[in-house]
Design a protein around this ligand. Structure first.
Ligand code: PGA
Length: 306
């Protein structure tokens, strides 16, 4: 059947009104133009669609089938129009995103993809550690937050979107780089550089060792991943960081990931907002984008390999 949208549209109006005259009025067409479209449709279908009895017209069986189809098409078009109108609304929105300092290693790439799709959205990005993000959520300061799993007692909606493996890093010439399945207890002979209190990486690292009854010797405390990496490179100690933060250093062989028993610490990144928060259209679209497309767009950062 070579049915055109135009034919279906005209037929739909005639069928709804059971009148060629009223359909012509609604569509601002002449009556012969309406008859012509219906006639062409009947030729395409190969069966009459209307029966004329006296002054009244009725749908034939084929007409009833085509009416079902034209109604579905009209409905679908109306829904699509609605979605497009909403997307237009996204074109000029504002979006406040807050991310963990560790997330910031891939957040710009994620935002770049979103920005390309919705170039009119004005995005503000705030970067801080886990504690800062929990305060941010409490104060309802951002639309959406990307962070490690938030504590259950806060009234938050948190959905995981990407793996976040934590690994032990060392300088590339450290003797342990040649060892396989280093026992956890062996780490007690090393010094570890620590992230600041309030860092999610630090909380995860402390929980991991305490659950296994291991107490490690800690050296300097530093409040950024960059400082930890530089410190490890300079030989100040070992570090535990998200694999997302060391892609470049591993490639350039300025740092190494140690093969330690029970590592990596498997964590996940979550997209988070307050429970009951009315997300703006832009925020909702961004959240869906992160949940659905972070993996597709950045498959390389979903499950990086040590
Ligand atoms: P952070 O990362 O260590 O930069 O706070 C957040 C997290 O890992 O939860």
């Amino acid at each position: 059947m070579h049915v055109t949208l135009r034919q279906l549209n005209v037929f739909h109006a005639v069928a709804r009104h059971r009148s060629f005259t009223r359909a012509a009025e609604e569509l601002h067409l002449s009556q012969p133009a309406v008859s012509m479209q219906v006639k062409q449709l009947e030729e395409n279908v190969g069966l009459p669609l209307f029966e004329h009895l006296g002054k009244k017209i009725y749908l034939t069986e084929a007409g009833t089938e085509i009416f079902r189809c034209s109604r579905a098409v009209a409905q679908q078009l109306a829904e699509t129009e609605q979605t497009i109108a909403e997307l237009r609304g996204v074109e000029r929105g504002q979006l406040a995103v807050a991310v963990a300092s560790t997330v910031n290693y891939f957040a710009p790439r994620l935002l770049a993809g979103f920005s390309q799709r919705y170039p009119g959205v004005h995005i503000s990005l705030s970067v801080t550690n886990r504690e800062g993000l929990l305060k941010n959520l409490e104060g309802n300061e951002s639309d959406v937050v990307l962070m490690g799993q938030p504590p259950a007692e806060h009234e938050l909606v948190a959905e995981p979107f990407m793996l976040n493996p934590l690994v032990v890093i060392s300088p590339p010439d450290h003797p342990l780089t040649r060892a396989r399945r280093i026992p956890l207890a062996r780490l007690q002979q090393e010094t570890f550089l620590l992230r600041e209190p309030g860092s999610g990486t630090r909380v995860a690292m402390e929980r991991f060792f305490s659950e296994r009854g291991i107490s490690i010797y800690t050296g300097m405390e530093m409040n950024t991943n960059e400082a930890i990496k530089q410190g490890v490179e300079a030989g100040l100690g070992l570090g535990i960081v998200s694999l997302h933060t060391v892609g470049l250093e591993l490639e350039m062989k300025r740092l190494a990931v140690l093969n330690v028993e029970d590592f990596p610490i498997e964590r996940q990144w979550y997209v988070v907002h307050r429970q009951g928060k009315r997300l703006s259209r832009v925020a909702q679209v961004f959240k869906d984008y992160v949940l659905n497309e972070a993996t597709a767009l950045h498959g390389d950062i979903r499950s990086p390999r040590p």
